[in-house]
Design a protein around this ligand. Structure first.
Ligand SMILES: *[C@@H]1O[C@H](CO)[C@@H](O)[C@H](O)[C@H]1NC(C)=O
Ligand SMILES: *[C@@H]1O[C@H](CO)[C@@H](O)[C@H](O)[C@H]1NC(C)=O
Ligand SMILES: *[C@@H]1O[C@H](CO)[C@@H](O)[C@H](O)[C@H]1NC(C)=O
Ligand SMILES: *[C@@H]1O[C@H](CO)[C@@H](O)[C@H](O)[C@H]1NC(C)=O
Length: 278
């Protein structure tokens, strides 16, 4: 946990220090895939053909050892989103995708020549270099996944159901919910996003894998779309958190989910678990 905290702190520092530079990695906040999709200029499924150090877009390679960019040569497999005026690509086209190396923006380990597949989801920004070259770029803050790890609901989201880009998915840290019973650390009624709690409680992070935040006109607010895989995931998690002490108990306080003998058993179980993990 503290490693994550330190990383977040460092990223926050970078964000502050980077100032108004054109590439900065402001990823101190947690963001849901839908928000990352909405805030990016492009989203492609690609096959990465190779990756190498590179001068900036449109710059001459003057043979200097220090290179400010990494570049991936990719073949486009599917276009989910782009600005056709700026980057007009279709399935089958080749494209260079730039990754700035400064400001902790680097993401240089995507291409693996030994791997069976180098298919990725890449989302990123469309930038303009100082010499006027329009290019596609990614940073460590963008949503980048091995294609095999993109879920069906995320794919469907990019093909259309992530349409409510005016909804906010609220990230909530585990800390803020420390004193709440485990089952109350997630919420259907607002688009609450709590991957930290899911991780701590060792339960599914349904919001990331299958959550789509939609505008509910009747209730006049944004809520998680409660159907299909998300409904199954959410219900099963709630059930686990409500009924099985084992998964729900992240701290002794969580035993207050129960009363009487069950509460005592829960505390004993918790103490045993501590002893076993010591
Ligand atoms: C990367 O692949 C592209 C497309 O096949 C090719 O044009 C380019 O020369 C390759 N670069 C390196 C460094 O191998
Ligand atoms: C695409 O980029 C152009 C030039 O910056 C801009 O005028 C246009 O609004 C953009 N289109 C979309 C759909 O974002
Ligand atoms: C991605 O998928 C592979 C194969 O299904 C799995 O082994 C791996 O744990 C997944 N990685 C992540 C980060 O989900
Ligand atoms: C989102 O957009 C819809 C349709 O344009 C609108 O009715 C709704 O008020 C907007 N919601 C928010 C939270 O801005």
């Amino acid at each position: 946990m503290w490693i994550l905290a330190v990383c977040l702190f460092m990223l926050a520092q970078v964000a502050v220090e980077a100032g108004p530079a054109s590439e900065q990695c402001m990823c101190s906040q947690l963001h849901h895939p839908q928000e990352k999709f909405c805030s990016s200029d492009f989203a492609f499924r690609v096959e990465i053909l190779n990756g190498s150090d590179s001068p900036g877009p449109g710059e001459e390679d003057n043979g200097e050892y220090y290179q400010s960019y990494f570049v991936y040569a990719v073949r486009i497999v599917e276009v989910f989103k782009t600005n056709l005026t700026l980057v007009d690509v279709r399935a089958g086209d080749l494209l260079d995708i730039y990754n700035p190396q400064k400001g902790m923006c680097g993401k240089t380990n995507l291409y693996d020549r030994e791997a069976r597949s180098n298919d990725y989801l890449l989302t990123g920004y469309i930038g303009e270099s100082s010499n006027g070259i329009i290019y596609a770029g990614i940073t460590s803050c963008n949503w980048v996944r091995k294609w095999i790890n993109v879920t069906d609901v995320q794919l469907e989201g990019m093909r259309g159901s992530y349409e409510w880009c005016n909804c906010t998915v609220y990230p909530v840290s585990g800390e803020m919910h420390r004193n709440k019973p485990a089952r109350d650390r997630f919420d259907l009624e607002t688009c609450l996003y709590n991957p930290v709690a899911a991780h701590q409680l060792k339960v599914a992070d349904c919001e990331t894998s299958s959550g789509v935040c939609v505008w509910d006109g009747e209730a006049s607010k944004c809520t998680w779309r409660y159907d299909g895989q998300f409904k199954r995931c959410y219900d099963s998690r709630l059930n686990t958190l409500s009924n099985e002490g084992k998964a729900a108990i992240a701290s002794m306080k969580d035993c207050s989910l129960y009363t009487g003998k069950k509460r005592r058993l829960c505390k004993i179980k918790f103490l045993k678990a501590i002893k076993n993990s010591a």
